[in-house]
Design a protein around this ligand. Structure first.
Ligand code: NDP
Length: 328
């Protein structure tokens, strides 16, 4: 495994990490969740990603049980939560105080996540989306205070614009508070603009770290949807029709077919090609993997090795197939 500092912070995060969205507490059983975390940890993954909203809070409970059962030293792993969408416990009846980035919800969601995860502090705590209803000062102060109380070590954002991230930094500077360390954006062969263009200045100015999500575009970039619709996969899950519609655009599938051909020439699988491509970007601190089966994770863990095969020439071939390089 390789490790990299999370932006300008001193925190060494494994370049491949592991997240539980749609899997823990939902698509897979608790024993599989335990197997997956064990494979991850045993292979040097040190960051486990979670959020209050995943499976209505159940994802954090499952992860907390595994962490407790395994008894890994607390100083050997990084665990996160995210606040914004609320943890509905499956009831879907959230009150206005139970969502967003108000001081009340940021603090309460932190306490609830600590309880569900059965840990004393969160290493990383993300604002899962920007909240237009809450002054940014309030959120920055709330995060700073949680850090002062030892309940959070680093705070960050997810899917914020560069401008919003810089506003948070300006507030932090004005009051001598701790600003956001990292952002969690979507980044994969189809979604590139934020990571490659929008944030390009703030990697340098504030030393932004990135923990990227959906590196395989929910599985589309494995090539498994190239020839029809396989049973028992994420895009077939009831209630995720929105994700299915968004993910299976003809144009993208045509590109994956071509990329699959290239991956064969290179002697690697399509998921490895797509993950290694993300790792080639030096502004990516860590690529968060998702998996519903142990074999998938075992395969995906080979992405760091596969990266060595992505020479400048290969990267150019990929670029000409993708034909979506964002403009600076
Ligand atoms: P991916 O895009 O990598 O999708 C993972 C899914 O793809 C797996 O669950 C599996 O689904 C399929 N898959 C993975 N590897 C293989 C393989 N080798 N062969 C075949 N199929 C494979 O990542 P996620 O979308 O899961 O995102 C990763 C993490 O990022 C999440 O767990 C979460 O922590 C975070 N995230 C954060 C968001 C945010 O807003 N901040 C939003 C979304 C995710 P299946 O077997 O069911 O087909």
């Amino acid at each position: 495994m390789e490790y990299k500092r999370l932006g300008k912070s001193g925190l060494q995060v494994s370049r491949l990490s592991f997240g539980s969205w749609l899997t823990f507490g939902k698509q897979i059983g608790d024993n599989t969740a335990e197997d997956l975390m064990t494979v991850a940890y045993d292979n040097g993954i040190n960051f486990f990603d979670n959020a209050e909203s995943y499976a209505g809070g159940k994802s954090e409970e499952v992860m907390g049980e595994v962490l407790k059962k395994k008894g890994w030293r607390r100083d050997s792993y990084i665990v996160s939560s995210k606040v914004f969408f609320g943890a509905d416990g499956g009831m879907k009846d959230l009150k206005p105080t139970q969502v967003g980035l108000s001081r009340k919800h940021v603090v309460e969601a932190c306490h609830q996540a600590l309880k569900r995860l059965q840990v004393d502090y969160l290493d990383l705590y993300f604002c899962h989306r920007p909240d237009k209803q809450t002054p940014i000062e309030e959120t920055v102060w709330a995060m700073h205070n949680l850090i002062q109380q030892g309940k959070v070590l680093y705070w960050g954002t997810s899917e914020w614009s560069a401008q919003e991230i810089m506003e948070a930094h300006m507030v932090a500077r004005q009051y001598n508070l701790i600003g956001p360390t990292m952002e969690q954006p979507q980044y994969n062969m189809f979604v590139r603009n934020k990571v490659e263009v929008e944030y390009s200045q703030i990697y340098k100015t504030v030393g932004l770290g990135t923990t990227i999500w959906s590196p395989l575009a929910s599985g589309v970039l494995t090539g498994k949807y190239n020839d029809g619709f396989p049973e028992g996969t994420r895009l077939g899950i009831e209630g995720l029709e929105w994700l299915k519609d968004r993910s299976l655009a003809e144009e993208n599938l045509a590109k994956v077919k071509k990329l699959t051909g290239l991956s064969k020439e290179l002697g690697m699988s399509m998921p490895l090609l797509a993950l290694a491509w993300c790792l080639k970007n030096d502004d990516v601190s860590t690529v968060i993997l998702g998996a519903s089966k142990k074999e998938q994770l075992q395969e995906n863990l080979k992405a760091l090795e596969a990266k060595e095969k992505l020479t400048a020439e290969v990267m150019e071939k990929i670029e000409s197939i993708l034909a979506n390089k964002p403009e600076h």
